[in-house]
Write a protein that binds this ligand. Structure first.
Ligand SMILES: NC(=O)C1=CN([C@@H]2O[C@H](COP(=O)(O)OP(=O)(O)OC[C@H]3O[C@@H](n4cnc5c(N)ncnc54)[C@H](OP(=O)(O)O)[C@@H]3O)[C@@H](O)[C@H]2O)C=CC1
Ligand SMILES: CC(C)(CO)C(=O)C(=O)O
Length: 318
């Protein structure tokens, strides 16, 4: 099975490296800056579950893509989705399956519109990773789960082959018979986790130390109720897991979005918090915590844009 991993960032780089190490046929679709970095340092993963160092990993640029791949694993950020879709489109043939690992749900609509829903699997990953300044992938914590599955008709031959490729590849992969519910569960959780850790600029344990864990659980309840209004309410067990994770005393857990904010990078605030907020069926509450968390991220983005514009030299007259 020929696998194209779109983006060798924190997620694509991590799972792609594990797949390569397990002997799978993997190529990374990368842009020029990342290609140069990988040529210099190799594809390096630092993980409590085992380091990886692959020199000269197989990479390809969008311009060189000519032939279809069997499986495309999509791991860009939501704000890069349109560009990524244009880049990997030449790799989508009649039998290609696309497995997106982005948080949130809205990307499914964009992928369906461009390639047709029959090509697009549901997918998610639960892992905590980030790139360091040299482009090495740092894995925090001790979980690295990936779930995938058909969203419509179940039991295709293609997905059975994908299962064979992804299982036993050095991470916990699972084919799900209810992938849309799993994605909503993850979405409601990540919106709560990103919302509260970005709002507080702190890890779950620090929020607990401040006596503010009730805010974390209120946000979990609010996000879960929006999921329920849309027909995908989390189970009691999933709800309890989310609350435990976001209120554990001493926990250093933060959402990857807080790491983005702390390094002054763009965020997926629109895709993860804004889109969930917009799907609230019951009337909007102006004092909702989700709205406050989203407004906080929008204000951060507005400040980023203003400061970037101020730092830009004025255009020169010819
Ligand atoms: N990091 C984490 O812990 C988790 C992240 N997620 C989700 O996974 C998704 C990816 O996040 P993450 O890996 O952290 O993000 P990163 O920013 O680390 O990686 C994204 C990568 O996509 C690449 N990319 C974007 N557009 C293109 C393109 N047109 N062609 C080729 N490569 C492209 C970027 O390349 P370039 O270097 O050129 O910019 C970058 O390397 C997000 O939706 C996130 O929410 C889910 C679970 C956990
Ligand atoms: C919550 C977590 C770590 C789970 O994978 C995540 O998705 C993120 O931080 O972006």
């Amino acid at each position: 099975m020929r696998i194209l991993v779109v983006g060798a960032g924190a997620i694509g780089g991590y799972f792609g490296a594990r797949l390569l190490k397990a002997g799978r046929d993997v190529t990374f679709l990368v842009r020029s800056r990342r290609a140069a970095q990988l040529a210099k340092t190799g594809l390096v993963v630092k993980s409590p579950l085992g380091d990886i160092d692959i020199q000269n990993p197989p990479v390809i640029s969008a311009e060189a893509l000519r032939e279809p791949f069997d499986l495309i694993i999509l791991s860009c950020k939501a704000y890069d989705l349109d560009g990524a879709i244009d880049s990997f489109a030449p790799a989508v043939g009649p039998d290609t399956a696309i497995l997106p690992l982005l948080n949130g749900m809205r990307h499914l609509d964009a992928l369906d519109a461009r390639f047709g829903a029959a090509h697009v699997l549901g997918g998610l990953c639960a892992i905590s990773t980030a790139l360091d300044p040299e482009g090495r992938i740092l894995h925090f914590g001790n979980f690295h789960n990936l779930a995938f599955g058909e969203r419509g008709c179940v039991g295709s031959k293609q997905v059975a082959a994908i299962e064979t490729a992804l299982l036993n590849a050095g991470f916990d992969a699972r084919r799900s018979g209810k992938i849309l519910q799993d994605m909503w569960d993850k979405w409601a959780f990540i919106a709560s986790a990103a919302g509260i850790t970005c709002l507080m600029r702190a890890a779950a344990g620090d929020i607990a130390a401040a006596g503010a864990s009730d805010l974390a659980t209120s946000l979990v309840d609010e996000c879960a109720s929006i999921a329920a209004e849309n027909g995908y309410g989390p189970s009691e067990a999933a709800l309890a897991r989310s609350k435990t994770m976001l209120t554990a005393p001493g926990s250093e857990f933060v959402a990857s979005m807080l790491r983005d904010v702390e390094r002054g990078a763009p965020t997926e605030g629109d895709h993860i918090l804004g889109d969930l907020l917009s799907r609230k069926v019951a009337g909007q509450d102006p004092k909702s915590l989700l709205r406050i968390a989203y407004a906080h991220l929008k204000a951060y983005e507005a400040r980023r844009a203003r400061e970037a514009a101020a730092a830009k030299p004025p255009p020169t007259r010819s």
